[in-house]
Design a protein around this ligand. Structure first.
Ligand code: ZN
Length: 436
């Protein structure tokens, strides 16, 4: 049920005001608050004499936005499920609508926050922005779109926004705005010690015991995929993650920490950073898969690679990586193209250990847990990108399949998964100890 969540995002995309708390019971984690503020800090101006969007015209592949005064800047990005191109204009008030044409099935406008108008173009096929720019008087922004392959469109979801600035003279003439720097909250730097509080470590006592971080996927406003009866991936993931923790604690051979032990939202990078800051020796992210084909069943293990092993893996990466996007704002700040990251030697070593663990994990789980034939896949999953912590993402079955969904929510299957994971973890560390 990829699209249900995505459509939910779509519905709230055009809502005015800053990103709202979609979390349960109105409780929003401090981290999400910081992330939201940091995202908002991109828009640090207050409109005094903001320009208005006077019209959106589409002629062929060319989309023209007209303003009745100078605006500050614009940026363009793509969203999936349904496919959209969004244009944020800082220093502008939203107008209303616009006439569809070409690749654009519908035009919507809304005030994204007090400073920023958002124009959303609903696409009738995969299309991408190829080019664009402001006119010399700064009163119009022209954007050229062109048809794209499904794969290229999917890749664009995680790409950086394309930014457009009006000519310098026009910007200088734009009305001065008050600085709202009080809300500037810098995002935590990777590896810094002053992040959100770290979760408690349980399990084996004493020094020298390896630490495993168990990550229950999704949570809070992000339900993940959904079963036909409405049950949510985030709940299955949490129940299975807790079962794994309990199995490891009972066995007492390793230390354990959870990225979340209740229904709350964490951005993907934060999950990974918890493992890094704790100095974890292994990171396991627990999820449940979904597919348009309701007959698809079985578990899969993902490890990180520069390129996805196949289209299914690429689609899973796109879906799981989208967890960071709320109201069209990338809370995780993970804009870089995964494929363009330079994987250094340390990361390659980590990737090899992760892949070895994936093999062991399948072997130890397989007696009780049905796997897909191609059980080990590779993809550019944000949550797995710690360069120094071997990491796997375990799709424990298809929540979109009725039989698998029954298993995922059953205590006995959760225990079977947990026992298999525990055995694999303990063997993994025993092997590493022996080889050192
Ligand atoms: Zn998931």
């Amino acid at each position: 049920m990829i699209s249900r969540f995505a459509q939910g995002l779509g519905r709230i995309l055009g809502r005015s005001g800053p990103p709202q708390d979609e979390g349960e019971g109105g409780s929003i984690s401090a981290w999400l608050r910081v992330a939201c503020l940091a995202a908002l800090a991109m828009f640090v101006t207050v409109p005094i004499d903001a320009a208005s969007i006077r019209g959106v015209e589409i002629v062929g592949d060319s989309i023209t936005l007209r303003f009745d005064g100078p605006v500050e800047r614009a940026s363009v990005f793509t969203l999936d499920g349904p496919r959209r191109i969004a244009i944020d204009i800082v220093g502008a008030h939203a107008g209303s609508g616009g006439k569809a044409g070409g690749y654009v099935a519908a035009v919507r406008q809304a005030q994204f926050n007090p400073d920023t108008a958002r124009v959303v173009l609903d696409l009738n096929g995969p299309a991408l922005v190829r080019n664009g720019g402001f006119s010399t008087d700064g009163r119009s922004l022209v954007i050229e779109v062109a048809g794209a392959t499904e794969a290229a469109f999917a890749r664009s979801i995680d790409a950086k926004r394309k930014a457009f600035l009006p000519p310098v003279a026009v910007r200088a003439a734009a009305p001065k705005r008050a600085d709202r720097s009080a809300v500037r909250v810098p995002l935590e730097r990777a590896g810094s010690s002053n992040g959100p509080p770290l979760p408690p470590v349980t399990g084996a006592k004493g020094t020298g015991r390896p630490l495993v971080v168990i990550d229950a996927g999704h949570g809070g406003h992000d339900p993940g995929s959904m079963a036909t009866d409405g049950r949510k991936e985030k709940d299955a993931a949490l129940a299975i993650a807790l079962a794994i923790r309990d199995a490891l604690v009972d066995s007492g051979r390793v230390k354990v920490a959870m990225t979340r032990d209740r229904d709350r939202f964490l951005v993907l990078g934060e999950r990974r950073e918890i493992a890094r800051r704790l100095g974890a020796d292994l990171f396991i992210s627990v999820h449940a898969d979904s597919a348009p084909n309701s007959a698809a069943r079985g578990a899969t293990i993902y490890t990180l690679s520069e390129v996805a092993s196949d289209r299914v893996a690429a689609a899973v990466a796109a879906r799981e990586n989208r967890a960071d996007v709320l109201n069209g704002v990338n809370l995780g700040g993970e804009n870089e193209d995964v494929s363009s990251i330079l994987f250094d030697l340390a990361q390659r070593e980590t990737m090899n250990i992760s892949a070895d663990f994936a093999t062991l994990l399948q072997r130890e789980m397989a007696a009780k847990v049905p796997f897909k034939n191609e059980y080990h896949r590779f993809a550019g999953l944000i949550v797995l990108k710690a360069p120094d912590v071997p990491s796997v993402l375990l799709e424990t079955g298809y929540i979109s399949n009725e039989e698998d969904a029954k298993l995922l929510f059953s205590k006995s299957y959760q225990r079977d998964v947990a026992e298999g994971v525990r055995r694999a973890i303990e063997l993994h560390f025993a092997r590493r100890l022996a080889s050192n």
